[in-house]
Design a protein around this ligand. Structure first.
Ligand SMILES: O=C(O)CCC(=O)C(=O)O
Ligand SMILES: [Fe+2]
Length: 326
């Protein structure tokens, strides 16, 4: 247990050094086409492994989620966040499920992100869905999108399983959605408009994700995501990721970094505040976090780190970001 705590603390100390604005530079952003996945799986797995190990993040196309469904998910996010505060407050965040408003304090900035979010972790949604009179169709459409994201996430993770020497369905079994212990999360995010402030608040402070793999959807005209590969963190040089319609930006999270004995590095990312005096409109984004089921034990092929359950792993990271929300 002592070792486990030390590992989590190491992650947080790492994050706390990443709060400066740093500088910006273009880096290669590799786009990998997933079409004809079953026939091309080995070729795709090679490309993913290269991108993940060289750079730490990558984008995918040909993933099979129709653009109409992505746009519908964004429309649902806008509908949810447009509800009166008193409605949203009836679905408060607990353990990665429900609504929070400026509650996430990143270890990198020590300040609340300038955003609100609504998280869907399916076994924990009792009482947390807006009812069908308030938002007709919301629950069914969002559940469908959650499952579409899960399917893409599992395809990508099956490629990493192949390269790590695990059975191909290893991570799919670890993220089995029919179990009560399922804890993968779809997150809808709404960053507030900022109008010409001199020292505007951080929209999302620099961090690595807690999960195995994140799928992120941005909207045209609402960029802001910046990434910095973990292995280049000392330089604090950030690369803006311009939104491209239908493209999913992916990054490895700390859970998979540990599970791969550090072969697959997690990477830092953030949503920057605008430069002094610059105004930006509201921004919506969608993130799907592949997080192994609570009872799954995370242990790499080479056993570099002591085993830890996915529940303990996430509990420590959530507690460090959201006080009292686990
Ligand atoms: O909104 C974004 O672009 C990034 C969100 C994010 O990094 C997160 O919620 O972990
Ligand atoms: Fe993130």
């Amino acid at each position: 247990m002592e070792k486990t705590t030390a590992y989590a603390m190491h992650e947080l100390t790492k994050e706390s050094r990443m709060g400066a604005r740093g500088s910006e530079a273009a880096r290669e952003v590799r786009i990998i086409d997933l079409s004809d996945f079953d026939q091309r799986k080995h070729e795709i797995a090679d490309q993913l492994w290269q991108a993940a190990t060289d750079i730490g993040f990558f984008q995918v196309t040909g993933h099979g989620i129709p653009l109409d469904d992505i746009n519908a998910a964004f429309a649902n996010a806008e509908r949810f966040f447009a509800l009166p505060e008193s409605d949203k407050a009836r679905h408060p965040l607990s353990r990665n499920a429900g609504w929070e408003y400026r509650a996430q304090i990143r270890p990198s900035t020590g300040k609340p992100d300038h955003k609100e979010s609504y998280q869907i972790t399916l076994p924990r949604m009792n009482g947390l869905w807006p009812d069908d009179n308030t938002l007709p169709g919301f629950c069914a459409e969002v559940m469908k999108f959650e499952r579409q994201c899960w399917a893409v996430g599992m395809q990508l993770l099956s490629c990493f399983a192949l390269k790590l020497g695990f059975p191909e369905d290893f991570f799919t079994r670890a993220h089995e959605p029919s179990r009560e212990t399922y804890q993968s999360t779809l997150r809808m995010l709404h960053y507030f408009a900022i109008t010409g402030e001199v020292d505007g608040p951080w929209r999302a402070g620099a961090h690595t994700d807690f999960d195995c793999l994140t799928l992120l959807f941005q909207r045209d005209g609402q960029g802001g995501l910046q990434v910095c590969p973990g292995k280049e963190m000392e330089d604090q040089v950030w690369t803006p990721i311009t939104p491209l319609e239908g493209v999913i930006t992916c990054n490895i999270g700390d859970m998979l970094m540990r599970w791969s004995d550090d072969k697959l590095p997690s990477n830092f990312h953030r949503v920057a505040n605008p430069l002094p005096g610059v105004s930006v409109p509201a921004r919506y984004s969608l993130a799907f976090f592949c997080q192994a089921n609570e009872d799954v034990i995370i242990e790499g092929p080479e056993k570099k780190y002591p085993p830890i359950s996915a529940q303990d792993y996430l509990a420590q990271r959530i507690s460090a970001n959201f006080s009292g929300k686990y």
